[in-house]
Design a protein around this ligand. Structure first.
Ligand code: ADP
Ligand code: ZN
Length: 744
């Protein structure tokens, strides 16, 4: 008997099941194909991981039943990335593959959008045609229409009531009706005005040359950290680097944070590339499932050669990648907070390494992680210290809200006098204002002034937030709804009041003060509606809105030349979170939001209101001093062995039974202690199992254990090794977060 060819198939489902199947005669299989396979007595779906060499010993294998994807859905590089991610992030391979592929593509049923199309096979001869013209008018019109439109025409364009004449024509063999695949277009046919490359200034020129020089290297080049102040023209550098790479026939992958993935950004890229016949595909969460499916397929087929998208776009099925750009690389939205808990920037660095192509990580406020890599020489550092158009950075003023609060008895005090005057001045001279509300670590919770009671979600240990529009308290974790309390549930004090304020409150107060101003607001609640983000930004861009109020969402990436004032209402709230990154986050946020001001010919101003004016993050931001901030912050992290000096893993055990969750994690801790790898060599710091900062969520109690090591791969392997051998009790869930950002 001849040797049998077989494949290794990963079965869909939560368990990591991998089985061998033989390849039936005539079936063409490669790694990355999706297949139907028999398992026990049913048929299920799976992904081909590998084609094994032919062997005699494989005769008893069951054969693959059917191939359901025309081409392998995952390239060799993507499969390698998947394996790496599965190991590094302690995540089942199946979870990784699920994240890599749009759900629609994994299904057996085709998700292509089709329309009926009528195709002319041949025209009747002249005599026959005359007959048809006389006796069957409809059939005649259809034939003529088909001839006129070059032999094929969508059925719907042939008008109503064509079914039976068409049927007659099909029977006579003159035409056939086919299903034709049509593309869903997220831009609904919008066309883009071509944009010309700008003449680069000296700093930009140096950055561009440094990137392009790397394409000539043999081995995978060192990642570039491009630290350029806000408005320094980093995007122009990406555009020109990408353009040069595309001209060599390679493809380009651009990651931007989800919230910066505005129509404005997309337009900028499409306007530059599409005029040279380099089609762009966009991948983000505002696309419908169908649109995402089609964009993905355009990338897979090679029709689109640029992919621009949020975190998961790093899995775009491009071949022959010549450049990867990660814009705003410090953004925490690059970290996925469900399994696999990967970091988009780190996976991008991996992909660039596998592709052997240059990668540029750009930011005005690089993450301490990337900064540390630059300090150690793992990344090359390129700086741009001036704004592109020779504009100076905006002037930043700090307002001490403790002093302001003493002057008045308005509570809560939203506007200092200085900010209020500055807004009025902008309204008078018809310039625009952005008001930024720091929402991190902040809640509009009901707080009792007598006993300090706050209203909590009964299922999660989280304060409920008040939403005025529906007059309801909402849990932002589990969507639990309740009526706002009239008196304190604890001590019956009727003056239980709302401790903070949200965007709605700011909107209302701002409108009261500036009666004739046109005001819009952007926050997560508003943008849940499809298209709302696009509309609001467009209204602001065309100056139909004077004042834009928003949260983190408006802090980054937006470019509005007529904004000359940015007001930060409450700078320090992000400092009061139990998180060693609090200072870094505050610095980034303030610098980014300040960078929205004065991006055109008009000079910009920034007013920051704070209760802690002397906090280092606020002072360094005020002086636009990233390097000063990074240096002192890195010293602090090193002193306490916090990331980036170490890698941090967070284990969280959760269960509805509090003691069970606690006991399980304690057991895990014990096992980990027993198997601790050589402490002298790997210096793994193992913490204590403790209640997580979020003690309860979705009715489950949560306990956490922190581990740190400067050898992340050893850490992952050791965790996987220990955890795999330890079956979890029923009703206990364990999550493992490597390079964690959320502190449980
Ligand atoms: P960044 O991405 O660093 O925040 P942008 O690329 O958005 O900066 O550039 C800010 C502004 O400066 C944009 O309006 C851009 O068109 C302009 N710009 C960029 N490079 C140049 C240049 N070389 N000459 C003139 N204007 C430029
Ligand atoms: Zn809840």
């Amino acid at each position: 008997m001849p040797p049998i060819k077989s494949v290794k198939v990963l079965i869909d489902g939560p368990k990591e099941l991998i089985f061998d199947y033989s390849i039936p005669e005539g079936m063409n299989l490669e790694a990355g194909h999706r297949v139907k396979i028999p398992i026990q007595n049913r048929i299920t779906l799976g992904t081909v991981l590998q084609v094994s060499p032919p062997s005699q010993s494989k005769h008893n294998l069951k054969p693959v039943k059917e191939v359901i994807s025309e081409t392998p859905l995952l390239t060799e590089t993507l499969l390698k990335m998947a394996q790496w991610m599965s190991t590094y992030y302690c995540s089942p391979l199946e979870h990784v593959l699920r994240t890599m592929l749009p759900g629609s593509l994994r299904k057996a049923k085709s998700f292509d959008k089709t329309q009926k199309s009528v195709v002319l096979i041949r025209l009747p001869d002249a005599e026959e045609l005359q007959k048809i013209e006389k006796r069957a008018k409809r059939q005649y019109t259809i034939l003529m229409e088909l001839e006129r439109s070059g032999g094929t025409c969508p059925q719907r364009l042939l008008g109503e009531g064509v079914t039976s004449p068409l049927k007659a024509l099909v029977e006579k063999g003159y035409v056939k009706v086919e299903d034709e695949v049509v593309k869903r277009d997220p831009d609904s046919g919008e066309s883009f005005v071509p944009s010309q490359p700008l003449t680069l200034n000296e700093e930009q020129e140096r950055a561009l040359e440094a990137v392009l020089a790397l394409t000539k290297k043999e081995e995978p080049p060192k990642p570039i950290l491009l630290a350029g102040v806000t408005g320094s023209g980093k995007t122009e550098v990406y555009l020109q680097a990408a353009d040069a790479i595309l001209r060599t026939g390679k493809t380009v992958l651009i990651l931007v944070p989800e919230i910066a993935l505005t129509p404005q950004t997309v337009r900028r890229f499409k306007s530059r590339f599409e005029q040279y016949n380099h089609p762009v595909a966009v991948l983000h969460s505002d696309l419908s499932e169908g649109e995402r499916h089609d964009e993905w397929k355009r990338l897979r087929s090679g029709e689109a050669v640029v992919a621009i998208g949020a975190r998961s776009a790093i899995f775009a099925p491009l071949q022959n990648v010549g450049l990867i750009v990660v814009d705003e690389e410090h953004e925490t939205s690059y970290k996925q907070e469900s399994s696999p808990r990967y970091h988009g920037r780190d996976v991008s660095v991996l992909r660039a390494n596998l592709e052997g192509c240059p990668i540029v990580l750009g930011s005005a406020t690089p993450s301490l992680e990337s900064w540390y890599n630059a300090v150690k020489g793992k990344f090359s550092l390129l700086k741009i210290e001036k704004r592109a158009d020779d504009q100076s950075l905006p002037r930043i003023r700090i307002i001490d809200m403790r002093m302001e609060a003493r002057k008045t008895n308005i509570k809560p005090l939203i506007f200092s006098d200085k900010l209020r005057d500055a807004i009025q001045k902008r309204l008078d001279i018809k310039e625009q204002t952005i008001l930024f509300l720091n929402r991190r670590g902040f809640s509009r919770s009901a707080l009792c002034p007598s006993c300090g009671h706050t209203v909590q979600c009964p299922h999660c240990s989280l304060a409920l937030t008040y939403h005025r529009k529906d007059d309801r308290m909402i849990c932002h974790l589990c969507q639990y709804l309740s009526m706002p309390p009239k008196v304190c549930p604890e001590c019956r004090d009727p003056s239980i009041l709302f401790a903070g304020y949200g965007t709605e409150k700011v909107h209302e107060v701002t409108q009261q003060i500036f009666k004739n101003a046109k005001i819009a607001r952007l926050d997560a609640d508003i943008t849940r509606k499809k298209g709302a983000l696009k509309q609001t930004l467009e209204a602001f861009r065309t100056h139909k809105v004077d004042i834009l109020i928003g949260t983190q969402m408006i802090a980054k990436g937006l470019h509005f030349p007529t904004v000359t004032l940015v007001g930060v209402l409450n700078a320090d709230l992000s400092l009061h979170t139990p998180d060693f990154r609090a200072s870094e986050r505050t610095f980034q946020l303030l610098t980014q939001v300040a960078g929205r001001s004065g991006r055109g010919p008009l000079e910009g101003e920034v007013i920051i209101q704070t209760f802690t004016p002397h906090a280092p993050s606020i002072q360094y931001a005020r002086h636009h001093d990233y390097y000063g901030f990074a240096e002192q912050e890195l010293e602090f992290r090193k002193a306490f062995s916090y990331p980036p000096a170490t890698h941090l893993a967070v284990l969280v055990c959760s269960s509805q039974k509090e003691d069970l969750a606690e006991l399980t994690l304690k057991t895990i801790q014990k096992r980990l202690e027993e198997h601790l790898p050589d402490p002298d060599k790997y210096s793994i710091l193992l913490g204590e199992s403790l209640p997580a900062p979020l003690e309860k969520a979705h009715d489950e109690f949560r306990f956490q254990l922190l581990m740190r090591s400067s050898h992340p791969r050893v850490l992952s392997q050791y965790l996987k090794y220990t955890l795999d051998k330890l079956p979890l009790p029923e009703n206990v869930r364990l999550t493992c977060d490597i390079d964690a950002y959320e502190m449980g």
